[in-house]
Design a protein around this ligand. Structure first.
Ligand SMILES: *[C@@H]1O[C@H](CO)[C@@H](O)[C@H](O)[C@H]1NC(C)=O
Ligand SMILES: *[C@@H]1O[C@H](CO)[C@@H](O)[C@H](O)[C@H]1NC(C)=O
Ligand SMILES: *[C@@H]1O[C@H](CO)[C@@H](O)[C@H](O)[C@H]1NC(C)=O
Length: 202
């Protein structure tokens, strides 16, 4: 009996918190990603209890590369991706978003240790994050994330998906307006609406 009670208590939170999966795909040093990420944050904060947000990185897995992947904007971008992935791995979603938005205020400095340190300052567990970035843990996170982006066919920074289906793509300064890129509309209120309808139907 006790076994079942314990089991139910363990399972209950997962049943109650059936959130809509929101996958965002970016390259850390991409200026478009920085612009679109502000909209993603607005969507998240519209109802953060309804979404399970994850940031993924677009790169080509490559065992010979310094960081285990080739990044469009060079190794410094791979390092920026690793910094953001390590923060995500060790922190809440709110802290992760704050950190990414902080770094994106100076896209041209993403990947440098100085900028990393200045955005890391509010986080009390910064030492864990630095350790992750400086060891193989960070490289493995980048490798896994790059593979995930390939599997989910995300090539443009920024792409986002809801519940595993493509929702919209931001490219050359704007959300794309065609149905094949952004089924269901291309603005923050329309994105929130999709999340609402997905959470209701669950
Ligand atoms: C936020 O999401 C939760 C969980 O899906 C839902 O129960 C709640 O009604 C939503 N709140 C608003 C204001 O949309
Ligand atoms: C990695 O390096 C080896 C040896 O130099 C080479 O044969 C291989 O093609 C390289 N792989 C990639 C993905 O560049
Ligand atoms: C979410 O995706 C799964 C698998 O693709 C699908 O079976 C399910 O119906 C989707 N949920 C909603 C609410 O659309």
């Amino acid at each position: 009996m006790l076994k079942y009670i314990i089991l139910s208590i363990a399972i209950l939170p997962f049943v109650l918190c059936d959130k809509v999966k929101m996958d965002v795909y970016i390259m850390s040093r991409c200026p478009d990603a920085a612009k679109a990420m502000r909209d993603m944050a607005a969507v998240y904060y519209d109802n953060h209890s309804a979404v399970d947000l994850r940031v993924n990185y677009i790169a080509t897995p490559n065992g010979n590369a310094t960081y285990g992947a080739s990044c469009l904007h060079g190794d410094i971008e791979c390092l920026g991706n690793i910094q953001q992935l390590c923060v995500q791995e060790k922190s809440t979603t709110d802290d992760t978003l704050d950190f990414v938005l902080c770094q994106q205020k100076k896209v041209e400095q993403i990947g440098t240790w100085l900028h990393f340190a200045s955005c890391l300052r509010p986080l009390s567990h910064w030492q864990q994050i630095v350790r992750c970035v400086a060891t193989d843990e960070g490289k493995k996170l980048l490798r896994k994330s790059a593979e995930y982006s390939v599997q989910h066919n995300a090539k443009t920074s920024l792409t986002f998906q809801l519940n595993g289906s493509q929702r919209c793509v931001f490219d050359q300064g704007a959300w794309k307006q065609y149905d094949e890129d952004c089924p269901g509309g291309y603005s923050v209120p329309m994105f929130s609406k999709s999340i609402k309808s997905l959470s209701v139907s669950k």
